[in-house]
Design a protein around this ligand. Structure first.
Ligand SMILES: NC(=O)c1ccc[n+]([C@@H]2O[C@H](COP(=O)([O-])OP(=O)(O)OC[C@H]3O[C@@H](n4cnc5c(N)ncnc54)[C@H](OP(=O)(O)O)[C@@H]3O)[C@@H](O)[C@H]2O)c1
Length: 289
């Protein structure tokens, strides 16, 4: 699916990022696995994955919020790889605090790591993609950026910005053959959930139709889909990976259900006779529901 494609993945030393390294390697990608801190454990894990899948995986170290280091890293990858086909903006931090208790510095830091770093890396990488007239950028957002929850002023706002920027980038980069999409995970089993109270976990599970937490690979598979040619005509989208709890599905169907009667009345008013019978039929059924 990604044979020979150069893919940059940030936050690749654990969680969803490491799972993305695995699924990308399994599909033949040349992976540039970015992490903040050098570690032997990380490098031996990468070697194991590379050997198992007979692909090249190179560790690259930088803090995504350090602009100079990010630029140097992308230039280094660009020089070595020649082209950059995929960027997965995955690195992120979680903050859960009531807004009145969240310092502006915390909000700034969260926006910097979760949002601005993604935009900056996309700016750097898109230059290579524009030359090649091809590429796929996948930004990891969150369901927290779609529906507000208490305690989400820093994290949720940063992820809402990611979803919005993704759609804007897709508009601007589409004419160059570059697709830009986001993945919004829900409750995925990574360190990000470490230390959260049992009641919170139970509440989330009770609201999740699939009644279980997602595995990192399940989020990584959505990233893989958007990175690969399987999604070649998909851009400007946000895929929700949350077991059906929230995100697109619920919001979208709620909007449709709320607005559909109003749309029908408008149609009536416009006297679209062709649809009158259909509308009457639908109204009868709608009342019975
Ligand atoms: N798990 C979920 O349920 C969930 C839900 C919604 C969205 N997400 C999003 O999914 C992405 C991956 O999260 P995860 O669940 O895999 O979390 P995780 O296990 O906590 O991993 C976070 C990754 O981001 C890296 N990172 C954080 N700050 C960085 C920085 N300044 N520079 C470079 N790397 C940095 C971490 O590196 P270090 O090891 O050096 O800290 C780590 O590799 C994040 O964007 C997160 O917001 C996760």
């Amino acid at each position: 699916m990604l044979t020979g494609k150069n893919a940059i993945i940030t936050g690749s030393n654990r969680g969803i990022g490491l799972a993305a390294v695995e699924v990308f390697a399994e599909q033949g990608a040349v992976v540039w696995a970015c992490a903040r801190t050098r570690s032997e454990e990380f490098e031996s894990r990468l070697k194991e994955i590379a050997d198992k899948n007979a692909v090249a995986i190179t560790p690259v170290y930088f803090d995504v919020s350090d602009k100079a280091a990010a630029k140097e890293a992308v230039q280094k990858i660009g020089r070595a790889a020649g082209t950059i086909d995929v960027l997965v903006n995955n690195a992120g931090i979680s903050v859960e605090k009531l807004f009145s208790m969240t310092s502006i510095e915390t909000i700034q830091k969260t926006i910097e790591v979760n949002f601005l770093s993604q935009v900056y890396l996309a700016q750097l990488v898109s230059r290579y993609m524009m030359k090649a007239k091809a590429g796929s950028i996948v930004n990891v957002a969150s369901v927290a950026g779609i529906e507000s929850e208490e305690g989400g002023v820093a994290y949720g706002s940063s992820k809402a910005a990611v979803i919005f920027a993704t759609k804007t980038m897709a508009l601007e980069l589409g004419p160059y053959g570059i697709r830009v999409n986001s993945v919004s995970p829900g409750f995925i089993d990574t360190d990000m959930w470490a230390g959260r109270k049992d009641e919170i976990r139970e509440k989330i599970l009770s609201e999740t139709p699939l009644r279980r937490q997602g595995a990192p690979r399940e989020a990584a598979n959505a990233i893989l889909f958007l990175a690969s040619e399987l999604s070649s005509y998909i851009t400007r989208q946000n895929i929700v990976v949350d077991g059906g709890r929230r995100g697109g599905g619920e919001t979208y169907s709620a909007i449709c259900l709320n607005r559909f009667p109003a749309i029908m009345i408008l149609w009536d008013a416009l006297k679209q006779k062709d649809y009158d019978d259909d509308i009457k039929e639908w109204k009868k059924n709608y009342k019975r529901m």
